[in-house]
Design a protein around this ligand. Sequence first.
Ligand code: ZN
Length: 286
Amino acid sequence: MPLVPVSVLLKEAAAEGYAVGAFNCNNMEIVQAIVAAAEAEKAPVIMQASQGAIKYAGVDYIAAMVRVAARGARVPVALHLDHGTSFDQVVRCLVAGFSSVMIDGSHLPLEQNIALTRQVVSAARPVGVSVEAELGRIGGVEDDIAVTDREAFFTDPDEARYFVEQTGVDSLAVAIGTAHGRYKGEPRLDFDRLSRIKELVSVPLVLHGASGVPDEAIREAIGRGVRKINIDTNIREAFVGAARRKLDENPQEIDPRKILGPAREAAIEVIREKMRVFGCSGKVRG
Ligand SMILES: [Zn+2]
């Protein structure tokens, strides 16, 4: 199947009340794990390239790997840029064949965030690529992007409505108490704020930093309008954990396939578990 825009997947998710998982693809094994999990669960899936993945593998390698994975897949696959940093980077991803992009202007003053997001929408929409933006600041560390607790702040519902009206974005990432990376304690999500944003905003909402959020809180967030959920840290933990166990068992091993193969299997399992929690399992018929 050709790559599908995220907006198409989220529209179906909104109609049926579930969320689609967006998983960071950092290397070939993880790309294969994401597709294998989606096929096993009969779930639509979003693969996303973080800033760190782009630095590590390059936009063209990621796009080529995901296109190959999608071509042979029996489920719809989207390729999405995560936390796009500039208009230029978005254009590079459009040229490379991404089906969706995020532009993250959340560090900018509101009107500048609006101007940048509008510019991206005007480039992406004519070529059928959907756009996610962020309002409020999600805390934590993800690859090159670090937001301290002092810099993080929650999304203002009225501002969210204004932002979506002004930009015409397809989906909106909200800051309601999740953070990128590992949590120190249990995260507490501001569900009232989420519901208020949902009331005022017409587009699907996106939850970043969902690794480590308890399943019950995830389900609650989906019930209140979240349609895309980003997972990275849980995959890293499963992947590297399995590779480490393999090396501990056999420190003499020199075949990378015997280390990365089990890591890939561990990633498949954790992704499948997430898909069941998100409610997207079994949504691809036929
Ligand atoms: Zn994020």
